[in-house]
Every structure is written in structure tokens, then in C-alpha cells.
Design a protein around this ligand. Structure first.
Ligand code: F6R
Length: 605
């Protein structure tokens, strides 16, 4: 949700900032901009839309300077326009910002009354106007930045650049991530380490409430109480931080194809090749937990919905799940014996983080299942389980979903064993089923060409319905979400048995209905619901295994999945859900990796 970059370089920084912004473009692409200080003067270039437009602008109007800040925007306050694009500037200061300033209206009124002229509709402009006001009062740049930070309420990561200061950037982190990169005589800042992956492998992560002064010779960090403090410098795996499409047409295609390898890596991380005992972090205690509360957003929430079945079935653990943005505003009844588990690919989703903070003081254990182990959610949880999926850049989550499922399945099995609900023999059997998941996922990926052909018809639909029962119901929800977000086709999902309670009224000969139904204990019931759809001329695509397709009889469209154990069916059936969305989007010519209105990392509430 907006990406920010800053560079104090030895050479011209615009190309460096542009390149770093490319790696942050997944955070938003409504507009982009760069400001530099050159010969003491602030100057900036901004353009609406994707980074390529800013890149074109810079060809015609180069932006010299060895100190600069950059931004890629996901619009919150004010639509995508040049005026609303960052960096914002007032007088002698420019700012880039990720987050939301909640008290911006009051500040804006106060500043306007004091004579400030606003040129955008953004909350961010109040930050520069305030800093400019303090500079005019005679404060130094650092003092002005500090005084400004004290007035801001809300969530932000931001960077200040000042006229006449070619060796200074002041930055701050409250609620949104920010890291500092150490170069050879250069310093960098970025919303995440991926942005800086081509520049350095030496990273300092700012803590919540920190602010920092960057110069080419070093970094001074201050905590929320303005006490100078030190934060460790860590070495990151620069190769991992470097991301490219590796010959694939889209990041989404690459990330789907990576799934067998990712699942294998996740399995090996926790259940080393061949070993039986899981290698889980200390502090995870399923025996003392009387209830599991799982909270997440979007795709990660659907992973929780699947996992609820597993924790109940294998561990007899009462499970409550909720959407993070709702959970925070409820008055949940919590207890010291509860375990709260937060699932997030980015580990930065503001709603999930807020829910974690809401719950943490009241429960016994706070566990995070994340893809980014250095993320805010990981830092604030007491136990962290990385999913080992590697950077996920495509806005539509794919490999993170299947890896989340894999790790959650491992946890459910471990919980079952620890609580005496699963015998050692069953536990071993289920574990070996999980070990087989990468191979079955590879087989599911092999159906791509067939799926591509089927989606030619789907791409013409106005609405699509997804159905499933049991663990296939969350899969149906995930299939509908994927299709909506990248093809812009209206899609909804229902528990197959719920159809007759209302949604069946939607069925007519124009409505494609996609049914996920492996041949499991619920198969007969799902197929009966599917027959109800076909009896009303709904165009059904049944996704099942060999036995299911035979028993289902005549169905207009079918897709055969490998025959898999029940436990791993949601992981394997996620693949057609993803491929259907991907190829439908390709037929429609939409932007698969950067669909409209979306951003990868949702750091605003
Ligand atoms: C959908 C998608 C989103 C995310 C959601 C949570 O494809 O990617 O629904 O799953 O925004 O994000 P994380 O997992 O980063 O908390």
C-alpha cells in the first residue's frame, strides 16, 4: 500500500530510485514520483499511472541530484492525479508517505488558517505543510521533522528531504514498515528489503515508533521517546530479495509454477526429509490451549477457513475464525488459555496487525504464520512460523496460499498428536500424505493447457458462481476471489448446500457454475446440488478426480484432478482455482500482476 524509497548516493539517484520503485510497484501503481536535491534546490517529477509513465517523463525531463526520495502510490485520500502524486512539497521540504494520517483534517484546517495553500487532496500534504511551517519558524530540518512527527496521528512510514541538504534524509516508522540499507558511502531506505535488494544486503529494520537521521556516513536511530537507540544491522539473502519473472510472462505464472518447490521447502523446514518429529518453534503449546482463534484477511482468511476443519478433525480443538477488519471491532470473549493465530503473507496487513494487538494482551499464545519473517506481524507475535514461499509479487496470492495451507495442516497434525487425538500411526500417515502434496500439485499444474482452453468461454461470462462443500467451500471462495480480482468478472461462492436457500435464483443458461468436488465423504451431496443447477440450465464445470467424474455422469464441462488424500485436496484443488482466474484474465487482456484498484500489501485499515 504505497512504496517509499530514499537514496543518499555517490552518483545520480533518479535511475536508482526508479529501479527500486519497480520492485515496490506491487504496493500500488496509481501514480509515482521522485524528488531530488540538486545544487541545493528541491525538484520533482510525478506521473499518473504505472511507473513506466514516470520513466517516460524522466527521459524528457531528467531529474539530476545525488539525494532523493521516491514513491509509488495506492490512492487513499484523493484520486490518482499528478497533484495528488507524491513526493509532496511545500516550501523547502518534500515528503513521501505510506499510510494514513488520521488527524489530517484538523491539521489542514489549522495550517490553512495560518495561511498555508494546499495543492492536493491528500492527507500527506499536511505533513509537508507542517514541516514547512516549522522550518519557517526557524527550526532546523531535523527539528522540523521531529516536531512534525509529534503532531501526526495514524499509521505511516515517511521520508523527508530538505532544500539545501544534500546529505540528509529524515525518516520515520509508525504502523507501516520501513528499513534502512547500508551501502559503501551511500545510504538507502525502503518500504521493504526487496526494494533495496539490488543495492545492498546490509539492512537495519526500524522498530515501531522509531525515527532516524540518514547521512552518507551513517544512521542515527531514535525511539518513540526520542532516545537515541541502536537497531541491529542484519544481512539479508540478497539473491532472495532480487525478484524477476524467470522467463515467465507474469509474476503470477512464475509463482504458481513455483508451488511444488515451495511446498517441498516448507515441508523440509518443519518436517525435514524423512523425519517424523516436527521441528516447530519453542513456545507452541497445543495441550494447554482451550480454543484456537484464527484471524486473517482475504486469501489468508480462506486458508484459515480450511484449517478450521483440520484443527477440529485432528485435534478436537474448538476453533473460531474471523476476518481481521471485523474482529478488531468486536468485543471477543478471550481467555488466558486461548491461542490466537494470525495468518498473513506480507505480515504487514494493517487489519491483521491491529487484530493481533487487540488480542495479544488477553490470550496465552500469539502465533503468526507469515511469509515475511521480518514483518511487523512476525515481530509482534510470540511464536512465528514462516511459510518459506519466497517473495510473492503478483498481487493475486497463489503460492503463499498453498504454503499457508501446508503449514497450517502441519500444525493441525501436531496439535492432534500433542492433544492425544491422533495416534502416532495416523500422524505418520497424514504426514506422508502432506509430503506427497508437491507431486500432486505438479500434476494439477500439468492441466494448464486444458484449463486455458476452457476459459475461452468463461472469459465471456458476466457472472460466475463457485460451489463446494466442507474444505472445498473455502476453496470455492478462493476461486471466486481470484477470478474477481484479476479478470474483473463478478464471481461469488456458496456452500453447495446453501444454494437452495436463495442463490439458486441466479441460475440460468448464461451462468457458468464451477463445482469443486473431489470424491470424498461429501461428494454425493455436492453432486446432488450440482444436479439442481443443471436442471435449471446452469453451465456446470465439475472439477473432480477420476472416480468422481465417472460417478457424476453427464456434466457439460469437466476437469480431472489427480486422486489425492482428503487432507491435501484443498492444496491440490487450489491450482485449478488459480489457473482458471489466470487464463480467464489473459483472455480478457487485463493486467494480471497489477489488477486495477488493488495493491499487494494492504497497510491501511
Ligand atoms: C488475494 C490477496 C489478498 C490477501 C489479503 C491479505 O489474492 O492476495 O486477499 O490475501 O490482502 O494479505 P496478507 O496475507 O499479506 O495479510
Amino acid at each position: 500500500m504505497c512504496g517509499i524509497v530514499g537514496v543518499l548516493g555517490k552518483h545520480e539517484v533518479s535511475p536508482i530510485i526508479l529501479d527500486a520503485l519497480k520492485r515496490l510497484e506491487y504496493r500500488g501503481y496509481d501514480s509515482a514520483g521522485i524528488a531530488t536535491v540538486n545544487r541545493g534546490q528541491l525538484d520533482r517529477r510525478r506521473a499518473v499511472g504505472k511507473l513506466i509513465n514516470l520513466s517516460d517523463t524522466l527521459v524528457h525531463e531528467p531529474l539530476p541530484g545525488r539525494a532523493g526520495i521516491g514513491h509509488t502510490r495506492w490512492a487513499t485520500h484523493g484520486g490518482p492525479s499528478v497533484a495528488n502524486a507524491h513526493p509532496h512539497q511545500a516550501g523547502r521540504v518534500a515528503v513521501v508517505h505510506n499510510g494514513i494520517i488520521e488527524n489530517f483534517r484538523a491539521l489542514r484546517e489549522e495550517l490553512a488558517a495560518a495561511g498555508a495553500h494546499f495543492s492536493s487532496e491528500t492527507d500527506t500534504e499536511t505533513i509537508v505543510q507542517l514541516a514547512s511551517h516549522y522550518l519557517d519558524q526557524g527550526l532546523t530540518p531535523v527539528q522540523a521533522a521531529r516536531a512534525t512527527l509529534k503532531r501526526l496521528e495514524g499509521a505511516f512510514a515517511l521520508a523527508f528531504l530538505f532544500e539545501g541538504e544534500e546529505d540528509l534524509i529524515v525518516c520515520a516508522r509508525r504502523g507501516s514498515p520501513l528499513c534502512i540499507g547500508h551501502g559503501e558511502g551511500e545510504m538507502y531506505l525502503g518500504s521493504d528489503a526487496i526494494a533495496l535488494g539490488e543495492l545492498t544486503d546490509r539492512i537495519t529494520y526500524l522498530e515501531e515508533g522509531d525515527w532516524a537521521i540518514l547521512t552518507r556516513s551513517g544512521l542515527q536511530v531514535f525511539d518513540a521517546e526520542d532516545q537515541q537507540t541502536s537497531r541491529p544491522m542484519t544481512r539479508i539473502n540478497a539473491a532472495q530479495a532480487r525478484v524477476d519473472k524467470s522467463g515467465h510472462r507474469h509474476f503470477m505464472a512464475k509463482e504458481m509454477a513455483e508451488q511444488p518447490a515451495v511446498l517441498k521447502a516448507a515441508m523440509e523446514a518443519y518436517a525435514g526429509a524423512g523425519s517424523e518429529a516436527l521441528d516447530l518453534p519453542e513456545g507452541l503449546d497445543f495441550t494447554s490451549a482451550d480454543r484456537l482463534i484464527m484471524v486473517a484477511c482475504g486469501t489468508a482468511y480462506y486458508a484459515c477457513q480450511v484449517a478450521k476443519y483440520w484443527f477440529e478433525q485432528f485435534a478436537g480443538l474448538p476453533v473460531e475464525i474471523d476476518i481481521a477488519s471485523e474482529y478488531r471491532y468486536r468485543a471477543p470473549v478471550l481467555g488466558a488459555a486461548n491461542m490466537a493465530l494470525f495468518v498473513s503473507q506480507s505480515g504487514e496487513t494493517a487489519d491483521t496487525l491491529a487484530a493481533l494487538r487487540h488480542v495479544a494482551p488477553h490470550v496465552g499464545q500469539v502465533v503468526a504464520v507469515v511469509n515475511v519473517p521480518t514483518s511487523s506481524i512476525a515481530r509482534e507475535a510470540s511464536v512465528v512460523l514462516p511459510i518459506h514461499a519466497g517473495p510473492e509479487i503478483g498481487v493475486a496470492s497463489t503460492k503463499a496460499f498453498t504454503a499457508q495451507l501446508q503449514v497450517l495442516a502441519l500444525l493441525a497434525l501436531q496439535a492432534g498428536l500433542a492433544r492425544g487425538r491422533l495416534s502416532a500411526e495416523d500422524y505418520r500417515a497424514r504426514l506422508s500424505e502432506l509430503r506427497a502434496a508437491p507431486g500432486f500439485v505438479a500434476q494439477a499444474l500439468d492441466r494448464e493447457e486444458e484449463i486455458r482452453r476452457m476459459t475461452e468461454v468463461l472469459a465471456k461470462a458476466r457472472d460466475v458462481l463457485f460451489l463446494g462443500r466442507g474444505v472445498m467451500y473455502p476453496l470455492a471462495l478462493e476461486g471466486a476471489l481470484k477470478l474477481k480480482e484479476i479478470s474483473y468478472i463478478h464471481a461469488e461462492a456458496h456452500a453447495a448446500g446453501e444454494l437452495k436457500h436463495g442463490p439458486i435464483a441466479l441460475i440460468d443458461e448464461d451462468l457458468p457454475v464451477i463445482v469443486f468436488a473431489p470424491h470424498d465423504a461429501l461428494f454425493e451431496k455436492t453432486v446432488s446440488n450440482m444436479q439442481e443447477v443443471m436442471a435449471r440450465q446452469g453451465k456446470v464445470l465439475l472439477i473432480s478426480d477420476a472416480r468422481g467424474l465417472v460417478e457424476a455422469g453427464d456434466v457439460p464441462f469437466t476437469l480431472q484432478m489427480p486422486t489425492v488424500p482428503d487432507l491435501i485436496a484443498p492444496i491440490v484443488y487450489a491450482v485449478p482455482a488459480q489457473l482458471i482466474a489466470y487464463h480467464t484474465a489473459l483472455h480478457r487482456g487485463t493486467d494480471v500482476d497489477q489488477p486495477r484498484n488493488l495493491a499487494k500489501s494492504v497497510t491501511v485499515e
